[in-house]
Write a protein of this length. Structure first.
Length: 225
């Protein structure tokens, strides 16, 4: 499925301007649901400037309305001109994140030793020399390197990491591991987001009505009614 030209910025706009679920936004933008949660919680590495997919002619208001009315609806992107994507050369990493690369490399080496140095280089955007130095602990700053999830550091996406792990595992003849850590998280996150938005709507109505007393209605009661 085609994806927006700027998926993270588009996800930020959809989180701020629609009632779509995390799952719908993640699927439309080609992101992991936890990446969308991080954007919604403002815990992403950098504050994103939203990109309106309607003005970018990637999505229509009608599609958004359909998605808001049906949580199971899959948004359909408008087919626009072919997007030019760089397919060769090292991955670009912002200057502010380059110091995090050794930590991300160390995490992959420790948790996924089946991934080759070439695949790590493609994921993180680094050189085989750097990876080898971290692997054999000859890196000049090895004492200060702490393994950290490269997805959390913003060096790669969860989908790219999962794909690299699956490919390396298949090449090594390893049995695929089913990650059940996120079971139930999606529904819980979506329910929590809806409850928060419903409560915000109730609070806004109370302010407009000039109510000074504590609001007795809650989002939880709203969902029960």
């Amino acid at each position: 499925m085609a994806q927006p030209l700027m998926p993270h910025a588009t996800a930020s706009w959809l989180v701020d301007n629609t009632a779509l679920s995390f799952e719908q936004i993640a699927e439309f933008c080609g992101l992991h649901i936890l990446e969308v949660q991080a954007i919604a919680d403002d815990t992403a590495a950098t504050k994103l400037t939203g990109r309106d997919p309607i003005r970018a002619h990637e999505l229509t208001q009608e599609e958004i309305d359909k998605g808001q009315a049906d949580p199971d609806y899959t948004l359909k992107i408008i087919k626009g001109p072919e997007q030019v994507r760089r397919t060769k050369g090292p991955r670009y990493t912002p200057v502010s994140k380059r110091s995090d690369k050794p930590d991300g490399i160390a995490w992959i080496i420790r948790n996924h030793p089946e991934i080759s140095d070439g695949a790590i280089g493609n994921l993180i955007g680094t050189t085989r020399t750097t990876i080898a130095a971290i692997r054999d602990r000859s890196h000049w700053n090895i004492a200060n390197i702490t393994p950290k999830d490269p997805v959390t550091l913003g060096l790669t996406t969860q989908r790219e990491l999962d794909a690299a792990v699956a490919k390396a595992g298949k090449a090594a003849g390893l049995e695929p591991v089913v990650d059940t850590r996120l079971d139930g998280d999606r529904e819980a996150l979506i329910a929590e987001l809806r409850q928060q938005r419903a409560q915000a709507a109730i609070d806004a109505e109370a302010v407009e009505a000039g109510e000074a007393a504590p609001i007795e209605r809650t989002a939880e009661n709203l969902f029960k009614s």
